[in-house]
Design a protein around this ligand. Structure first.
Ligand code: RIB
Ligand code: CA
Length: 308
C-alpha cells in the first residue's frame, strides 16, 4: 500500500522537484501540500506549489497556505534574508484554486480524523509544524515519521554555518525536534551537498523527455548558476537539490545511512542564531541522514520524472 505523505514546503525550485517526486511515485500517496513561509512569502510558496502540481497533472492534490512568519521570534531577531531565486516559478499559473482552510488548522484536523498514520515532510521553515504541535500536542500521534530537510553538521568547512529552514525560525525547529515524534529523520546540508546534480545530468534529464523532466532540468540549471560561485561547489557546474533528497529517502531508504544524534538549535538573540549542534550519539533520538548515494539519487530523479 502506498505510504500517505504530506509535504510542508516553502516552494521554490528544489521544493518543486520534491513535490514532483512525491506526486509521481507509486510508493507514495501525496495527501496534500501545506505551504509555509521561508525563502518567499507564503502566498508565493502556495502559488508555486499549485503551479507544480498542475504541471505534472496532479492539480487535484489540495494545497493549503499556512504560517507567514516565525512562531516566536525574540525581540530584535534579525529578519530572514530570503532567496535569490525569483518568488514565482517560471511555469504556467495553476488552474486549481488554493484551499480556503489554513494549513495548520487542516493539519490538526487531519491528524485528529486519521484512521491511518501519515508521514510528514517539512522542507521549509518549521513554523507550520511547530504551530500544529503547540496547538494540539496529540498531533504527533498521527505522524508515523517526520522527515525534515534542515540543519548542518559541518563547522568551519565549506558549507554554510546556518541552514535556512532552521535559520529562518530556530524556535520552531527546536519545538519540532523536542516534540517527541516517534521517528524523526533529519536530512542536513551535509547530505544534500553530497547529492549534487551536474549540468551534464541536467542534459540527460532533458533528453529523457517530458514536461516534468524538462522543467526539472531548467530548475536545476538555474540552481547551478546561483550555486557555482559558492565555496562548497569548488568551481563545479553542479548544485544540490536539497528537498528532493527527503522524498528520495522515503522512496528508497537505502539511499542514505541513518545515524542517531542529539541536536541543539541556537535560538534567541544569540549571534549564532540558527546554528545546529549535531552530536552523533547512539542514544540520540534523531536519525540523521549521512553518506548518500549521489548516483542512485540522480537515477531515481531520472526514472521518476521521465516521460511525464
Ligand atoms: O537550506 C536549504 C533549504 O532552504 C531548502 O529547503 C531550500 O528550498 C530552502 O528552503
Ligand atoms: Ca525548501
Amino acid at each position: 500500500m502506498a505510504r500517505r505523505v504530506i509535504l510542508d514546503c516553502d516552494t521554490g525550485t528544489d521544493d518543486a522537484i520534491a513535490i514532483m517526486l512525491a506526486a509521481t511515485r507509486p510508493e507514495l500517496d501525496l495527501m496534500a501540500v501545506t505551504a509555509v513561509w521561508g525563502n518567499h512569502a507564503v502566498e508565493h510558496t502556495a502559488d508555486n506549489s499549485r503551479r507544480t502540481l498542475d504541471l505534472i497533472g496532479r492539480s487535484e492534490v489540495p494545497v493549503y497556505a499556512g504560517r507567514s512568519a516565525p512562531v516566536a521570534p525574540p525581540p530584535g531577531a534579525p529578519a530572514a534574508i530570503g532567496s535569490t531565486e525569483p518568488d514565482t516559478l517560471p511555469i504556467p499559473p495553476a488552474t486549481a484554486p488554493l484551499e480556503d482552510r489554513d494549513a495548520v488548522g487542516w493539519l490538526i484536523e487531519t491528524a485528529r480524523a486519521a484512521t491511518q498514520r501519515f508521514t510528514l515532510v517539512p522542507t521549509g521553515s518549521l513554523s507550520n509544524v511547530a504551530a500544529a504541535v503547540a496547538e494540539d500536542p496529540a498531533f504527533l500521534d498521527a505522524v508515523e515519521e517526520i522527515v525534515i530537510m534542515g540543519g548542518v553538521t559541518e563547522r568551519g568547512g565549506l558549507l554554510p554555518d546556518i541552514e535556512t529552514n532552521v535559520g529562518y525560525d530556530p524556535e520552531a525547529a527546536q519545538v519540532v525536534l523536542d516534540a517527541g515524534f516517534e521517528r524523526l529523520v533529519l536530512v542536513p546540508l551535509d547530505a544534500t551537498y553530497r547529492t549534487i546534480v551536474t549540468s551534464e545530468q541536467c542534459a540527460t534529464l532533458r533528453k529523457a523527455g517530458g514536461a516534468a523532466a524538462g522543467v526539472a532540468a531548467d530548475f536545476i540549471e538555474q540552481r547551478i548558476e546561483r550555486y557555482r560561485t559558492l565555496p562548497a561547489m569548488e568551481g563545479r557546474a553542479a548544485a544540490p537539490v536539497h528537498d528532493a533528497l527527503t522524498v528520495a529517502y522515503l522512496v528508497d531508504p537505502t539511499l542514505v545511512t541513518l545515524r542517531p544524534a542529539t541536536i541543539r538549535v541556537h535560538t534567541g538573540d544569540s549571534p549564532t542564531r540558527g546554528r545546529t549542534d549535531i552530536a552523533f550519539d547512539p542514544a540520540g533520538a534523531v536519525h540523521v541522514a549521512t553518506d548518500p548515494d549521489a548516483e542512485r539519487f540522480f537515477g531515481l530523479l531520472l526514472e521518476s520524472l521521465t516521460g511525464l
